[in-house]
Design a protein. Structure first.
Length: 332
């Protein structure tokens, strides 16, 4: 009998610990996506059926269980963060003009930018309406801070894209504010639900931040080497969208100056052709940009596991440590 993969082990652990809650989250998502407006209903159903890893609800629910919380607010708030996350993805795809999302045509490819932006705004509004009903000031402040941070990071990313230069420090700032701050907020909310002492709340908050940075670096590395069908988006999509991610930044630093300038000139041009994308991808692989990025991701994953050391040994703690391993060792 073959040894189960890390993904299979993690799925089993998560199902055992919070499987019922995740099923309830799916029901809640479909309920919240209902609208008397036909286009909202149609797009909402399409988005909900796309599924996804549901990593953010999983983090919130596992953190809540680690904190000792058992109750209905976990499901409601897990729905809130997934709706917020979905809204950000819709808006990202419009900004990036991404044709695919999770292996299917993106909302903007299917319905256009105008409808996608409006439905993304609707999901933002839905999630904050749910937050108001939950009526917990500390939770509201956590998500408000994270949302402000994410939107600022989007603007910084756009500025760096227009300037044609992004340093490793710029990149880390962007992904920390954009991806990691939101995962951190999910973990913090779980800790707040359990009423943990401030030291442990901060530890889970740091865990989420480290997980988020590790996740995004790993995701950006996959853009150069993953199997497109498993990844669910076109390989080299970040290059097409003009994003300067860590593997690319490292490659440019390692190239001789004349060649680096030639590649930068290519990157400044709109609409790279497939042969140019493949050439840049090959240079990233040859100059070990992916290996460098993965090493950095693993360091953040190790830091995330260290953040959990102040908690007693438990199945929840072990599962959160497995999440840290999974986000850097996945292939999609």
């Amino acid at each position: 009998m073959p040894t189960p993969t890390l993904e299979q082990v993690l799925k089993e652990r998560v199902a055992g610990l919070v499987g019922e809650d995740l099923e309830a989250v799916e029901v809640e998502i479909h309920r919240e996506l209902y609208s008397p407006v036909p286009l909202v209903q149609e797009m909402g159903g399409y988005i909900a059926r796309a599924g996804g890893k549901r990593l953010r609800p999983i983090l919130l629910l596992l953190a809540a269980r680690l904190a000792g919380y058992r109750g209905p607010r976990g499901v409601r708030l897990a729905c809130v963060v997934e709706l917020l996350h979905t809204a950000t993805l819709i808006h990202d795809d419009v900004v990036d003009q991404a044709p695919l999302r999770r292996g299917r045509p993106s909302a903007n490819a299917q319905w256009g930018d105008d409808a996608s932006l409006l439905v993304g705004d609707h999901l933002y509004a839905k999630s904050f309406a749910m937050l108001v009903r939950d009526n917990d000031r500390a939770v509201m402040e956590t998500l408000a801070r994270s949302t402000v941070s994410m939107t600022e990071a989007e603007v910084v990313q756009l500025e760096r894209k227009r300037s044609g230069f992004t340093s490793e420090a710029d990149y880390l700032r962007i992904i920390t504010q954009k991806t990691a701050s939101f995962m951190s907020a999910c973990c913090r909310i779980g800790a707040l639900l359990g009423g943990l002492p401030s030291g442990q709340v901060e530890a889970l908050t740091r865990y989420g931040l480290d997980i988020g940075v590790a996740f995004q670096i790993s995701d950006d590395a996959l853009d150069f080497v993953a199997d497109q069908d498993r990844l669910g988006k076109a390989i080299g999509a970040d290059l097409r969208e003009g994003k300067r991610t860590l593997p690319l930044i490292v490659m440019l630093e390692r190239l001789a100056l004349p060649e680096a300038e030639r590649v930068r000139a290519l990157l400044r041009r709109p609409g790279l052709v497939p042969a140019e994308i493949e050439e840049i991808r090959r240079l990233v692989v040859e100059h070990e940009g992916v290996e460098y990025a993965r090493a950095r991701a693993h360091a953040y994953a190790q830091a995330a596991k260290a953040d959990l050391e102040g908690f007693p040994s438990s199945e929840e703690r072990e599962t959160l440590a497995l999440v840290a391993d999974f986000v850097v060792d996945r292939d999609r």
